[in-house]
Ligand binder design. Sequence first.
Ligand code: ATP
Length: 192
Amino acid sequence: TSPIQIPYAGIVLLMGASNSGKSTLIEQLKQQQVIAEHESLSSDQFRKIVGNIDYIDWRRPSREEGEVMYQQYKRISDQAFKVMQDVLIARCRLNKLTIVDATHLQPEDRALYITLGKRYHVPVILIALDISDQTLIERDRNREHPRGRQRVKQQAHQFKRTIKGLRSEGFGVVHVIKEHKYADIQWQRSTN
Ligand code: ATP
């Protein structure tokens, strides 16, 4: 199979549930020198920068606690995405590559990047990590800070619901990577 091309400049959107391996893929691309250290932005990183959120334990709060936790998280997350978007826009203006590491499970989340790509005349490609519920849950259990089974299952469900329409959303290229193919994929950076 031919390698997946990471564009010279533009936006690469990662998509996948928690534990699908988005951050791990970015680390791998850096190690293989396909991308440079500052060519990725992650929503986790910006939630830390704007709101001190390192990790939230979503497991088994009471209904009321869960609601309060979510409201606080949402306020910080909204600001985090705003700032991340500004950085992304600056990078597009300078014709730099940016890989965006966030779940991007809703069509509305993704539509923004299509708009930005058109506005700044840069390519926008999507890389979706299609990982089974079983694997996602197993990885979550083995993680230092588990996201919680419920949350992972909910995200896996959102992923499946939205995957069919992806190719008509306006991305330049869409790669949906299946779990069993992942290890064999070669990554390559375009030079212009
Ligand atoms: P989040 O959205 O919660 O940040 P993520 O999609 O970025 O999740 P990672 O942080 O990359 O996921 O990985 C989550 C866990 O799954 C880590 O413990 C990681 O070691 C493991 N993992 C990721 N990719 C793989 C893989 N290909 N094979 C085995 N384990 C993996």
